[in-house]
Design a protein around this ligand. Structure first.
Ligand code: ATP
Length: 235
């Protein structure tokens, strides 16, 4: 059984189908990439999965449980974490406190310090735990976001364009981080950087114009003429 199973999800805005009958499975421990051109519907699909956007049709099933009717915070408690946008970091609070804020809704108060320490260790930010989040480099701030997602010990971590704006060394470190996480939780990676996708994904789902265009291994996706035409450009 898949960890996350999206079935026939559909969402229209003003009569235009942003997501059109999309089904997608993420297996336990899998790194699944979701790619597609701008406006393909990736953010909308993830919004439907995590409950930030209400679906017009379709179902969301997590570990066999139909969660379609649950609000976002209930889905989060069941183990779906979504990387916060950079704006959700409190610049004037220490790194540790930012991650603690993300952890608190998920556990007893006494468990928070250990969970935060572990999440900071996983992303390699222990040394910066006392620093104000706003004083960190952009790359480190992105890692704080990931630590915030990890602090709840999710079963599924959804990373929305995590390498955007990162330098090459930071991207290399991000790849190592994801490799170290795989096995602990499944990862759904929305990513424009094809090098990152090819390096990390077990399977890739390609969205185009709201519909699933192709699904397969990174090599199969790279070799598919339809994907090349729609997304990757001419070889
Ligand atoms: P990007 O890679 O640029 O982030 P995306 O693949 O995430 O794109 P979405 O942001 O999901 O794509 O958008 C899919 C389509 O739905 C687009 O045509 C977009 O204009 C439209 N759309 C998304 N959100 C809304 C909204 N709140 N109101 C109206 N239209 C929307």
């Amino acid at each position: 059984m898949s960890l996350l199973s999206l079935r026939g999800l559909t969402k229209s805005y003003d009569g235009v189908r942003a997501v059109d009958d999309v089904s997608l499975d993420v297996g336990r421990g899998e790194v699944r990439a979701l790619i597609g051109p701008n406006g393909a519907g990736k953010t909308t699909l993830v919004g439907l999965a995590i409950g930030r956007i209400a679906a017009d049709a379709g179902r969301v099933v997590l570990d066999g449980q139909d969660i379609t009717a649950l609000p976002a915070h209930r889905r989060a408690r069941l183990g779906m974490a979504y990387t916060f946008q950079i704006t959700s970091i409190y610049a004037r609070l220490p790194v540790f406190e930012n991650v603690a804020l993300a952890a608190r809704p998920h556990m007893m108060a006494g468990e928070v310090p250990d969970a935060v320490a572990q999440a900071l260790e996983q992303v390699g930010l222990e040394r910066h735990r006392g620093a104000l989040a706003g004083d960190l480099s952009y790359g480190h701030q992105r890692l704080v976001e990931i630590a915030m997602g990890l602090a709840s010990a999710p079963r599924l971590l959804i990373l929305d364009e995590p390498t955007q704006g990162l330098s090459e060394p930071e991207i290399a470190a991000f790849k190592d981080l994801v490799r170290s996480l795989s096995g602990r939780c499944a990862i759904l990676l929305i990513e424009h950087n094809m090098d990152v996708v090819m390096a990390l994904a077990d399977r890739v789902s390609v969205l185009a114009a709201g519909a699933l265009l192709f699904e397969g291994t990174p090599d199969a996706v790279r070799a598919d003429p339809g994907v090349q035409a729609a997304y990757l450009g001419a070889p």
